[in-house]
Design a protein. Structure first.
Length: 129
């Protein structure tokens, strides 16, 4: 029996295969939100290839920081502003980045610009038929 630790190129061991890898950058400029639940919702769309049956792995980095394996990241750019960034496929060839911030203060508040680097790698499971 072949074990993953004994895997070699000509083995019969089935494993997933990476079919593509893409990197996108989504920039959202800073601004000011009015008080009492003022919010902003912005989005960016990117074209991406697809392969039937492939599974995506999404990594997000905010402002050059460490990558996190996630498709949803919570944000808190100030003491009163909270929100999120979400990455998802809207079709087989489109990825949408949704950026939402909301001000929970009665006063207006500002937030800085943010840049998100998104890596999407697609993997295909082995054909076991």
């Amino acid at each position: 029996m072949t074990k993953p630790s004994n895997f070699i190129l000509n083995s019969d061991y089935l494993s997933i295969a990476q079919t593509s890898s893409n990197t996108f950058t989504a920039y959202f400029g800073g601004g000011t939100l009015p008080g009492n639940y003022g919010y902003t919702e912005q989005g960016r769309d990117f074209t991406i290839g697809s392969q039937k049956g492939a599974i995506d792995r999404i990594l997000i980095s905010k402002d050059g920081g460490r990558y996190q394996v996630c498709s949803y990241m919570n944000l808190s750019p100030s003491e009163t502003i909270f929100g999120f960034v979400r990455v998802n496929r809207t079709s087989s060839s489109n990825v949408h980045v949704q950026f939402v911030l909301e001000n929970y203060s009665p006063n207006s508040a500002s937030y800085p610009s943010m840049t998100f680097t998104i890596r999407i790698s697609s993997f295909k499971p082995p054909n076991i038929l």
